[in-house]
Design a protein around this ligand. Sequence first.
Ligand SMILES: Nc1ncnc2c1ncn2[C@@H]1O[C@H](COP(=O)(O)OP(=O)(O)O)[C@@H](O)[C@H]1O
Ligand SMILES: CC(=O)OP(=O)(O)O
Ligand SMILES: [Mg+2]
Length: 409
Amino acid sequence: MTPTHTTDGRASRVLVLNSGSSSVKYQLLDMRDRSRLATGLVERIGEETSRLVHTPSAGGGAPRERTGRIADHEQALKAAAEELAADGLGLDSPELAAIGHRVVHGGLRFSEPTVITDEVLQEIERLVPVAPLHNPANITGIRTAQALRPDLPQVAVFDTAFHTTMPEHAARYAIDVETADAHRIRRYGFHGTSHAYVSRRTAELLGRPVADVNVIVLHLGNGASASAVAGGRCVETSMGLTPLEGLVMGTRSGDVDPAVTFHLKRVAGMSVDEIDDLLNKRSGLVGLCGDNDMREIRRRVEEGDERAALAFDVYVHRLKKYIGAYSAVLGRVDAVVFTAGVGENSAPVREAAIAGLEGFGLAVDPDRNAVRSGEPRLISPDDARVAVAVVPTDEELEIAGQTFALVHN
Ligand SMILES: Nc1ncnc2c1ncn2[C@@H]1O[C@H](COP(=O)(O)OP(=O)(O)O)[C@@H](O)[C@H]1O
Ligand SMILES: CC(=O)OP(=O)(O)O
Ligand SMILES: [Mg+2]
């Protein structure tokens, strides 16, 4: 039998759950060497076309797929647990040290990974109105995991945690102070686990101490956000009270004049819930051109589709505005970094976002930009004043590391 405990005899495996609005990503890691024992994705939860793809670790065989309706997040996690069990990695294993959960909104209270108690869970529940697409899924993930392993520590790692260092002048909206404070209205920021991990990896790529580098991180997935990180600390980020503000996203509008919402209510007669649905689920790339997948949008652009071209241009224009704004916030920028699904894979987005920014010392080398790789890499020319880089994010590894450190120390 291969040893599965740390040298001091304690369990060394961590299961990470990243529950999104309609998907669950999971990974089982062995923290002795940070290796992945299995990874999986359940997508289109609640639809007839749900799909689970389970990938055993290297040497463990080919990916396995299940299709057909998976009704909710509880069923999704149970299906994932069955797949793990089929590989001899069931949740009943004594080697499992903890389960780490990505929790999107932690409000002001949680700036560190936290062992989940009933009281912590209540606080995550209280924050549902400010993360309506995310916190409910996170809560179901936690409850289901607790039911499967009531004896095991469950740890929450919050998307908001990394942003709690933002200075007050960046976190505060310019609205009446008493009203804002009474309702805890401020910029919280999200994707913090990714912004933290990627900014650290960028310093490594540059071969400089984290404390010495200023980085703009562009996390471009389904949700998308930018952050300005000075010497390892977040000083500004584009998402706000909720994950709706900022960049153009797959289905979310990002920045709009707040008066658009009054107008839609008063003049277009929409209810608040309808406006919420419009801005969160029917806007962004999907609202502009009907597609939210950047691969499909690029395919349409290449075919001369004008709506897809407009969606692409609006997306890239917003990115440019944030690169400019965060350059001013940081004063000196050492690197602009692209990450997550679109940032890691879409050379056209990277090229277009940096085009014309020579005055900021920014340029992309076309050959370097065209390289497809899972490794952190520079895509700027050697003589560039500011580095432009692609650094793949790894929220699951970061969550596993923080979870293990918390339960093991
Ligand atoms: N090869 C690719 N080219 C362009 N975009 C891609 C590619 N692969 C993935 N994407 C984009 O990445 C998005 C998903 O990013 P990801 O970071 O996995 O999102 P999330 O974690 O928010 O679900 C997809 O919607 C798609 O637009
Ligand atoms: C906070 C957020 O937008 O997360 P995701 O990109 O997973 O939707
Ligand atoms: Mg993501």
